[in-house]
Design a protein around this ligand. Sequence first.
Ligand code: HEM
Length: 179
Amino acid sequence: MNTTQYSESWNGVTKFIHWTFVLIILTMAIVGLTMEDIESPGTKIAVIAFHKSLGITALALAAFRLVWRLISKDPPKIPSIPTWQHLIAKITHALIYVFLFIMPISGWVMNSAKGYPLQWFKLFNIPAITAKNPHLADVAHEIHESAFWVLTALIVMHVGAAFYHHIFQRDATLKRMLP
Ligand code: HEM
């Protein structure tokens, strides 16, 4: 299959959301996995506040992506891709969306249940979504941590599939999402 065939691109907004998510998730993963070990208390508080602000941004972006999905048109399916592969891709994408909601919501619940304040980049306060509850905070923390590794596995599959299509199938799967 030559790569110029069936290469109608994703629209600009979808590409923008996609690559913004790549940057956000990468940043959130690095910050989330390292922030607990920061020794200076002032820096640690600032970095955790940044993690929370960017996480709330990710939640808003995930909600916007869903709305955008409903009102925008996807490019046509690449005909050379078998239906079963297309189905697996659809399921993987749906699961990635689910986990893009689980991550920030579990973080928000954990923060609220711990009774911690929440501000968006020091600009405004965001209300708690649960009352203070140490047990719920522990459960939300477990979910936040485990869901991250499930999301990571899904992203590895997703990126692996994109490269498999590009390198071995030589179709336009990856090219049509590039900026
Ligand atoms: C896409 C969104 C998010 C991603 C990918 C993400 C990722 C992570 C990761 C990987 C960790 C380390 C987990 C561990 O090893 O314990 C973490 C910890 C944490 N996250 Fe998030 N997070 C997100 C959103 C949020 C939001 C919205 C909040 C709060 C409003 C939040 C609050 C926290 C807190 C407080 C911790 C530290 C938990 C602790 O060890 O006490 N996160 N996050």
